[in-house]
Design a protein around this ligand. Structure first.
Ligand SMILES: [Mg+2]
Length: 371
């Protein structure tokens, strides 16, 4: 097939998968409205009040009332205040948001284990084969939304299609509480009708470049030969061409989440003194803390493992309400556990510290110290 003098290889399109993109509606703001009924129907912005921070800070989420004033995520809080002077500013509570997110994740696992978590409020689920033995992905999506609402009293929007790109576009299409299906035979029309700035992955800087090429809609984009897009945009052009034609082969990347991170040490000469144990616990805590940071995880439970000269092993765990991440806290917890179970009479042949109940550290939380 020749188009514009360039040879085009027909795209291969796999339409056999069933992917659901679930996106919680204004997640953090909706949680705060649930917790504080007095916030409802008021413009609510999840950010520290810029008048308390000397104008610093960024909007994490805004509820739908505030969005009507033009407020949106990632906007400077000071600008949001200018747009909407009557807005309520609520400092984010990520511990709460994460616990709600965990409830939602548990619901997902009733349906499938092939889940890719994009953020605390967004995930892709591959339900081609699912635990409900349900053929209709749209039916599954509605069941998921229903279950999320029953458990959390929060609404979500879902998009259903045969690949991640289309599922994402579909969940964006109608919010809140939307459920949009794009069937394979509808994909080209759905994408054709979309303004180009709605394409996931087309950023603010790309829109004017596309407009310069007289591309304003998905349909305009569908007319452009692949080589032309690649010449103009490189790798992104390759991607754009595929997306415009409803092709996205990326799998739902479900990683078996690491449930724990630990480090242990065996001693050829069993330890026989408290200060030796303390030194080792400091060392192990430092190693574990470094690994947590490297893997961007934190956990709530510290486990101490002690083995003596007779190969008798004892473990004890300590669970906190707050996440532990830093060396000092991990050491303090381990030392407390040692004080409870430690016994030097038979020597210490092995010591281990493990942090379990792990969760990813939220992007927003990492930015908090900068506010
Ligand atoms: Mg969302």
């Amino acid at each position: 097939m020749a188009t514009g003098g360039l040879l085009q290889i027909p795209l291969e399109n796999d339409t056999s998968r069933k992917i659901i993109h679930v996106d919680m509606d204004a997640f953090y703001a909706s949680i705060e409205e649930r917790e504080h009924p007095e916030f409802r129907n008021q413009p609510l912005i999840i950010a520290r009040n810029p008048s308390d921070t000397g104008g610093k800070g960024v909007v994490t989420t805004a509820n739908y009332v505030a969005r009507k004033f033009g407020v949106h995520s990632a906007m400077p809080a000071a600008k949001a205040l200018a747009l909407c002077p009557k807005a309520i500013f609520k400092r984010p509570d990520f511990t709460l948001y994460r616990s709600v997110s965990e409830q939602v994740h548990e619901i997902f696992h009733r349906f499938t284990d092939i889940i890719e978590y994009v953020s605390l409020d967004e995930a892709y689920l591959d339900v081609t084969v699912n635990k409900m033995k349900q053929n209709s992905a749209a039916q599954l999506a509605k069941m998921i939304q229903q279950a999320i609402f029953e458990v959390t009293h929060l609404t979500s929007s879902t998009g259903i299609s045969y690949n991640k790109f289309l599922a994402k576009m579909a969940s964006d299409y109608r919010k809140p509480a939307g459920c949009t299906v794009i069937m394979p035979e509808q994909a080209l029309t759905f994408l054709g009708d979309l303004p180009i700035e709605k394409f996931h992955g087309v950023g603010k800087k790309t829109v004017p470049k596309l407009n310069d090429m007289a591309i304003y809609t998905g349909r305009d984009l569908q007319q452009i030969p692949e080589m032309q897009l690649i010449q103009r945009f490189g790798k992104m052009g390759f991607q754009l061409y595929r997306h415009a034609h409803g092709v996205d082969t990326r799998p739902v990347e479900y990683q078996r989440e690491r449930k724990s991170i630990g480090k242990e040490e065996t001693f050829g000469n069993p330890l026989g003194a408290e200060d030796q144990v303390t030194t080792e616990l400091h060392f192990l805590a430092r190693k574990v803390a470094a690994n947590l940071v490297k893997l961007q995880k934190h956990g709530k439970t510290v486990v101490l493992k002690v083995r003596n000269r007779n190969f008798e092993t004892t473990t004890k765990r300590l669970t906190s309400s707050e996440y532990v991440l830093d060396e000092t806290t991990i050491y303090a917890d381990a030392q407390q556990l040692w004080d409870e179970i430690g016994d030097l009479s038979e020597g210490v042949r092995l010591l281990g510290i493990t942090v379990t109940n792990l969760d990813p550290i939220g992007f927003e939380e990492l930015r908090l110290p900068l506010f």
